[in-house]
Design a protein around this ligand. Sequence first.
Ligand code: ZN
Length: 162
Amino acid sequence: MHEPERFKSPEYLAVLDEATSSAACHFSASALNAMNEAAEKSYPLEACGLLIGTINNGWQVDEARQIENLNRERAADRFQLDPAGYQSVDRELRGTGREIIGVFHSHPDCPAKPSPTDLESAWEGFAYPIISICNGEVDNILCWTLNKNGNRFKSLSVKHSQ
Ligand SMILES: [Zn+2]
């Protein structure tokens, strides 16, 4: 895949923690489909949304729900999750044992690697899958989470049920 120059810049490289992690993010088939569909439907703009499930032996994502991307000015390479969408899902999940455990977004025509902006907005304990979508078709998904110091992303292995 074509990798824009900025992904090789010191600012971008500083976002990644090279340490390998044994942790995994497990996706149900429907969660994976929902993320792919959101990325395709929104292309060439970025799609974003919430991961819903439980944290128990890694992240167990049973549902992914697209939320409006409020960043219209730079919607091709930035996302800003609609806070009202977040709050309504959070409210709906209260008392169900399921919770919001991460945020997904797509990178149109860019690698599935996090940017410095992604790092700035990341929360501890959340899983951050990034869907690389090229020419409107999903290329691959990589998943990330903040490292212990909260200053870089480390990669998580992506597992899914068939
Ligand atoms: Zn991003």
